[in-house]
Design a protein around this ligand. Structure first.
Ligand code: NAP
Length: 282
């Protein structure tokens, strides 16, 4: 059977991992990027997913995996443009190309009563997809971890400089999931009817505090707790720090999800927290 998938945001962390994985599983992969080459499948450069030529290039795909997104705003790149408008364009591309299924990575904690700008934009993107009439799977991920993921890369950079900063108490929790498991789940979601028209938490088997995660990933680094007010102020005045303002809100949100449902639906044996750490340390 010919299997084909198109991936937006193919140059990002999840895109690179899921794209190479699906390529290795025999999918024809169309990697949509805004510049450069994806390093797997067939790369197609697109500014905003709206060019007419795209439909022919992604046509025949079993699904569009929509991974374009941002968790930090700048004056050039805001949530409405990146998270909402480009999702609208992704939906239109599916319609034009006759792709029946869209798979989207939203965020854990997103919901109708969200008050955070990032979550609101993800909620609006979800609504674009749900109302599109397409088949869909919306995943709401906690922190996706693997070689080169944004969180462990940031911790590695800080550790190399001699100290890791923990905003506030560090007692807030998260439910990291291994990126290889995410790739497997995404592949299941392309064809398995159990994932049809569903919104599913994409979370690992274990909840850990940020303190614990930092100790596990940077065991020899000096830890410095900074007052949350100070971390927040630094995030407000500079885009260069380890956290953006919304990163901090999501951290202290302590969002946890329903791993059992994900395991039941996917029938996958998920990578345990300890094993994931071993892969990250290799
Ligand atoms: N990783 C996680 O732990 C996590 C957790 C929750 C939700 N998510 C969501 O999952 C999706 C993928 O995450 P990721 O970790 O792979 O993120 P990532 O590494 O930051 O990749 C994001 C992708 O979006 C593209 N992009 C950003 N702004 C764009 C714009 N204005 N126009 C076109 N493309 C743009 C980037 O292109 P360039 O490479 O050219 O910059 C990149 O390919 C995102 O929607 C993210 O919000 C991820």
């Amino acid at each position: 059977m010919d299997r084909k998938v198109a991936i937006t945001g193919a140059s990002g962390f999840v895109g690179r991992n899921a794209g190479s994985f699906l390529d290795g599983k025999g999918f024809e992969v169309v990697a949509l990027v805004r510049k450069g080459r994806a390093g797997f499948g067939r790369t197609v450069v697109t500014r905003d997913l709206a060019e007419k030529k795209l439909a022919a290039q992604v046509g025949g795909s079993d699904a569009l995996l929509h991974l374009v997104g941002t968790g930090r705003q700048t004056t050039e790149s805001d949530y409405e443009t990146v998270n909402v408008s480009l999702t609208r364009n992704a939906v239109r591309l599916c319609r034009r190309a006759g792709i029946r299924k869209i798979i989207y990575l939203s965020g854990l904690g997103v919901g109708k009563s969200s008050t955070l700008g990032y979550f609101i934009s993800k909620f609006k993107a979800e609504q674009e997809i749900i109302r599109s009439g397409l088949d869909y799977t919306i995943f709401r991920p906690s922190y996706i971890m693997g070689k080169g993921d944004p969180l462990s890369s940031m911790l590695a950079r800080e550790a190399a400089r001699g100290q890791v900063v923990i905003p506030g108490s560090g007692k807030y929790r998260m439910q990291p999931i291994f990126v290889d498991d995410v790739s497997q789940v995404v592949m299941r979601a392309i064809f398995d009817r159990r994932f049809s028209k569903k919104t599913v938490d994409l979370v690992g088997p274990k909840a850990v505090t940020y303190n614990r995660l930092v100790a596990d990933l940077a065991p020899r680094a000096r830890i410095r707790h900074v007052e949350f007010e100070r971390a927040y102020h630094e995030a407000l005045v500079s885009a260069k720090g380890p956290f953006g303002v919304d990163d901090l809100s999501i951290l202290v949100g302590g969002y946890l999800g329903d791993h059992k449902r994900l395991a039941r639906m996917s029938k996958l044996a998920f990578t345990g927290y300890g094993t994931m750490l071993k892969y990250l340390r290799e």
